[in-house]
Design a protein around this ligand. Structure first.
Ligand code: AMP
Ligand code: ZN
Ligand code: FE
Ligand code: FE
Length: 269
């Protein structure tokens, strides 16, 4: 299988540490022929990605990773090949931007009650803010030694600085992607908290499944590949590269072939 594109990665516009230009350069160095960027809830990095892809002679498609929920379970949905300026996308991004800002301010207030002052204006986020940015501030202040400790002591679910995320429903997210002409992909089913959730989620109107993911093995991917083929869904794959924030996951560790990429690119809603 010749790698053609890594369809899942994060840049400095969300919680990654590489710029879109650096990501394009990595793709080029690996011999990939196409690129996308799937920042959390934002498309702000796409203009830079498209410009760098053009300079480097790579094919580029739009991408994003939406956070949403089904009942109480958090679900990530990847979208590709949509119009980033479509009003429904712009509106959904705005909702996410506001809820992330509100949540981070609430986490800041909670940390203050513990005697910890974090200055949110000092975060490196060029697009949206998330818990990894607050973790970086805690590391910078010397309160924790690394991101792991920041989550286990303060930012993980139920910890002293944690504030629940109120995201958007899965139904609304899928509907917006469709309105904007995009394809929707169930992201990393490998990470669902209970494996039975996959059987429930796959009944929703996704266009495809992210079968190849990060450092997971072909054996671990097989269950998702089988189901995607059975239901005639698109098959995608990507690393979920975050740069230094996820040092064990390198760009290109999972990918799609040319055939899967062209199938995805030719599918519009
Ligand atoms: P948020 O979207 O603000 O809720 O932050 C979620 C992000 O935090 C995820 O995309 C992960 O990259 C990161 N994250 C979640 N849990 C941990 C953890 N235990 N250690 C390090 N990073 C984490
Ligand atoms: Zn992330
Ligand atoms: Fe994700
Ligand atoms: Fe991701």
């Amino acid at each position: 299988m010749t790698p053609y594109a890594d369809l899942h990665c994060h840049s400095t516009f969300s919680d990654g540490t590489s710029t879109p230009t650096e990501i394009v350069e990595m793709a080029k160095n690996l011999g990939f022929k196409a690129v996308t960027l799937t920042d959390h809830d934002t498309t702000l990095g796409l203009p830079e990605l498209f410009a760098a892809a053009e300079i480097n002679g790579l094919n580029a498609i739009s991408g994003i990773e939406f956070s949403c929920h089904l009942d109480k379970e958090s679900v990530h949905v990847l979208a590709y090949n949509f119009d980033p300026s479509h009003p429904a996308i712009v509106e959904l991004e705005k909702k996410h931007f506001e809820r992330r800002l509100d949540r981070s301010q609430k986490m800041q207030a909670k940390l203050k009650t513990l005697g910890i002052d974090v200055d949110l204006t000092k975060t490196q986020a060029k697009g949206v803010i998330g818990r990894p940015h607050i973790a970086a501030l805690l590391i910078e202040k010397g309160i924790v030694k690394d991101i792991k400790e920041a989550f286990t002591r303060f930012l993980g679910e139920g910890k002293a600085g944690y504030v629940e995320a109120f995201t958007i429903t899965l139904d609304e997210t899928l509907s917006v992607i469709k309105q904007a002409g995009g394809v929707s992909i169930l992201a990393h089913p490998h990470l669902l908290s209970e494996s039975s959730q996959f059987n429930r989620l796959i009944k929703y109107p996704f266009d495809g499944v992210e079968c190849f993911y990060g450092n997971f093995t072909m054996q671990q991917n097989d269950r998702y590949l089988k189901k995607a083929k059975e239901k005639n869904l698109l098959i995608t794959g990507g690393s979920d590269f975050h740069g230094l924030r996820k040092p064990l996951v390198r760009y290109g560790s999972s990918f799609v072939t040319e055939e899967s990429f062209l199938k995805l690119k030719s599918q519009h809603n």
